[in-house]
Design a binder for this molecule. Structure first.
Ligand code: ZN
Length: 118
């Protein structure tokens, strides 16, 4: 889902994106002329690899995230700020980058987690 920046309303709207076993639900609104605020919850399951034994297992995700999307290049350094270069807010892209950042974290399967505790 892509929405042109200037078409985003100042009142809150809902969005809903499903990616495989993950569902992302949230709201967005234009906070100012060049900033769109996005509030989302990502929940469901995704497959990740254990960083110890390499086994693939299903990870439960339940994450809340807030973002600001800036139209153009922002002068302010802000980690939660996403710059959009083509005047389009790409919600799929935002959700996918969030999923890949979760996947790139360290994950341990139950077996390795138990062994670490013993
Ligand atoms: Zn493991």
């Amino acid at each position: 889902m892509k929405i042109e920046f200037r078409k985003i309303p100042y009142t809150k709207s809902d969005f809903n994106i499903a990616d495989d076993l993950l569902i992302c639900e949230g709201t967005f609104f234009k906070e100012s002329n060049r900033i769109v605020a996005v509030d989302m919850t990502l929940c469901g399951q995704t497959m990740v690899d254990c960083d110890i034994c390499g086994d693939t297992f299903s990870l439960s995700i339940d994450e809340k995230q807030k973002f600001k999307v800036y139209d153009g290049l922002s002068e302010v350094e802000d980690l939660d700020m996403i710059e959009c270069q083509d005047h389009m807010v790409d919600f799929d892209e935002i959700v996918h980058s969030e999923i890949s950042s979760i996947k790139s974290d360290y994950h341990y399967c139950d077996k390795c987690k138990n062994e670490k505790q013993e």
